[in-house]
Design a protein around this ligand. Structure first.
Ligand code: HEM
Length: 610
């Protein structure tokens, strides 16, 4: 067999790699599976066949997820350069008499990085079965503890919450998130609390926040919040109408594709739905293209940007060996800098569109204000504390945090329902009983859709899209599970392992929504066996918007559309294979046949032409 290296010019990233995972299709190679290959030989042969059949030029640009596949050559460089530093750090941190959690034997310098594989949550679950529900690991130079039981999750996210609510410093966040100024990456400080309050007040809450409750911020920040609060009521009702409008747009689009006899690409439709909702909340623009006429200029570039930043993994060499960042192994840093520059130009243009030419703020009536207006208003009142960079980081954070998570959850739920047609019928029967067939579902119906909500909880249990949450970090020495955890240790909660633990759930691998009927277990951070949004101070700040998006989106879809698998495909063929990036998604696109299931006048009355 011909060697790939001899035949094609090959990106450095691939040299020396045996396991490679595609994040994107090579340009022009249709239907190339986002798959992993057991060996280099199989991988190379497949590529050679594909490239030959296309007759492309001898250089191809490919994008790889290097999350777990840190190159052998890089390991060698890292090992030589860091042996001494690693030894000293480990000796300093673990050389004391502290009672540390157990853990597998790691390699010198790299620690346990090589054990993470392409799906770290799965590898860590397997390791916890062997080494225990609390494990000590080392990711490069960083001591890390992973917990995998509800009791230990409670200790991390509730009992020791105040000491574990910080975040580690991320090298990727330094480049891509304005020096870790985004809400999700900022350490536990006043600015982080401020951003959480503004998001809660302006984007995701149904209630006004009483000024008296704001006690932990500086006076200036309190004033800014008061200001934000004034804008709130009208903005909230406006958000509700945006949600509905975008949802009906999407359903019209889906039904129109279905009517033409085309298979509907649910990945594309639901990603567009959530992204459009989010960009409209933030800066009143639809940015993600759909087939409708009102596609904003630059939609495709923006779509690519969000996808790439959202898909940028924390798992690359410089993240675990920060003092080697300057070597830029694999060229990851250069790629991130380019991406950050493009993103910054985009956010600068958004800010500019909210200001006059001389930089002064364009005054708008309260009703016309979007999230960027609110942040700029806070900036005007508190100039030195809220920088443009902080605002840009906040916008990016909300877009990425909300878009990939909500659409991925909807897709996992739909895939489970397509695998279980009896459950799909039961959800639709419930919708017909609660809503009927003569009107569309409303957000207010959700409370009565008990079975649908059970299906969604069961999906969260088996397919949490952020299975390890985001890494927490201890500010001080703490104890978890009777073990000593030194300050500055990274702490992860493996919610995926908890969701599949036979000591916690009966028949844990079975998709059985009935387990949640008449059960007090909810997803709102009170029940540590089910933590799709985390819990405590760092819990997802957008959980009720995320939940509303998922529940309402699925209710409308399943009520208005009959869904069927493509001809010749049976329920057991629906793949549940995962791809791990910034969030965990299905590896296959969900394509379905769609027909309307309500009388024509219901769609017409809602303004849809199908
Ligand atoms: C189904 C949808 C969603 C899921 C499953 C989800 C899940 C999560 C999880 C697991 C975390 C990490 C919690 C931790 O580290 O302990 C998180 C953080 C976060 N989420 Fe969400 N999320 C969703 C939707 C949203 C939405 C709609 C927003 C928009 C406002 C949002 C904004 C954030 C932010 C800003 C953080 C960082 C919070 C902090 O560090 O203080 N999320 N989310």
């Amino acid at each position: 067999m011909q060697s790939l290296n001899s035949k094609y010019k090959w990106p450095t990233l691939v040299l020396g790699k045996y396991l490679v995972q595609f994040r994107e299709l090579p340009t022009g190679v249709e239907g190339f599976p986002g798959d992993q290959f057991a060996s280099r030989v199989a991988f190379e042969q497949l590529l050679i066949d594909r490239v030959d059949s296309l007759g492309t030029a001898d250089t191809m640009e490919l994008t790889f997820d290097i999350s777990s596949n840190i190159l052998n050559i890089q390991y060698i460089v890292i090992s030589v350069c860091t042996a001494l530093a690693g030894f000293l750090i480990v000796k300093h941190l673990f050389g004391s008499k502290a009672r540390l959690p157990p853990g597998p034997l790691g390699l010198p310098v790299i620690g346990h990085l090589h054990m993470l594989g392409s799906a770290p949550h799965q590898s860590l679950m397997a390791m916890s079965e062997k080494y225990g529900k609390i494990m000590r690991l080392r990711m490069g130079v960083f001591p890390t503890v992973v917990v995998s039981s509800p009791d230990l999750a409670r200790e991390v996210l509730k009992v020791q919450d105040q000491h574990l609510a910080s975040r580690p410093h991320f090298e990727s966040g330094k480049i891509l998130a304005y020096d870790n100024q985004s809400t999700s990456l900022t350490p536990n400080n006043d600015k982080w609390r401020f951003m959480r309050k503004v998001i809660t007040t302006e984007l995701v809450s149904a209630k006004r926040i009483e000024q008296s409750k704001v006690t932990s911020l500086t006076q200036d920040f309190q004033f800014s919040l008061l200001l934000a609060d004034v804008f709130f009521p009208s903005f909230y009702s406006h958000l509700q109408s945006i949600r509905r409008e975008e949802l009906l747009n999407t359903i019209e689009d889906i039904l129109s594709d279905g009517h033409k006899g085309e298979l509907v690409d649910f990945d594309a439709k639901l990603t567009a739905l959530v992204l459009n909702q989010t960009t409209r909340f933030n800066f009143r623009r639809r940015y993600y293209g759909t087939k409708r006429k009102d596609i904003a200029e630059g939609a495709e570039a923006f779509q690519a940007l969000v996808k790439e930043i959202g898909g940028t993994s924390f798992f690359f060499p410089g993240e675990f060996f920060p003092f080697l960042m300057f070597l830029d192994l694999g060229g990851v840093e250069a790629r991130m800098r380019k991406l950050a520059h493009t993103a910054d130009q985009f956010y600068s243009s958004i800010l500019a569109s909210h200001r006059n030419k001389d930089g002064s703020y364009i005054y708008k009536e309260t009703l016309d204000q979007d999230f960027v207006d609110v942040l700029l208003a806070c900036q005007r009142e508190n100039n030195s504390d809220i920088s443009d960079e902080m605002i840009k980081a906040a916008i990016q954070d909300v877009i990425i945090a909300s878009s990939s998570t909500s659409s991925a959850t909807m897709l996992w739920t739909l895939a489970e329902l397509m695998r279980h047609p009896d459950m799909l019928r039961r959800v639709q029967k419930e919708l017909d009983t609660v809503v009927g067939k003569n009107r569309l579902a409303e957000e207010s119906d959700l409370v009565n859709l008990e079975y649908l909500r059970a299906v969604i909880k069961e999906t969260f249990r088996l397919h949490p899209v952020l299975p390890l949450l985001l890494p927490h970090q201890s500010d001080v020495d703490v104890q978890i599970g009777g073990y000593d955890i030194p300050a500055k240790t990274r702490v992860m909660v493996n919610t995926y392992a908890i969701g599949r633990d036979p000591q916690v759930w009966e028949d844990p691998l079975e998709f059985n929504p009935d387990r949640f009927l008449n059960s007090p277990i909810d997803v709102k951070g009170q029940n540590f066996e089910l933590l799709p949004f985390g819990a405590g101070r760092r819990m997802c700040v957008g959980y009720n918007l995320g939940l509303m998006t998922v529940e309402n989106g699925l209710a409308q879809l399943l009520h208005t559309c009959d869904l069927n698998l493509p001809e010749g495909m049976s329920p057991k063929d629906v793949s549940m294979v995962e791809v791990s990036g910034a969030s965990v998604t299905r590896s296959e696109v969900l394509q379905l046949r769609v027909t309307p299931r309500l009388p024509a006048h219901v769609y017409t009355q809602a303004g849809m032409s199908i």
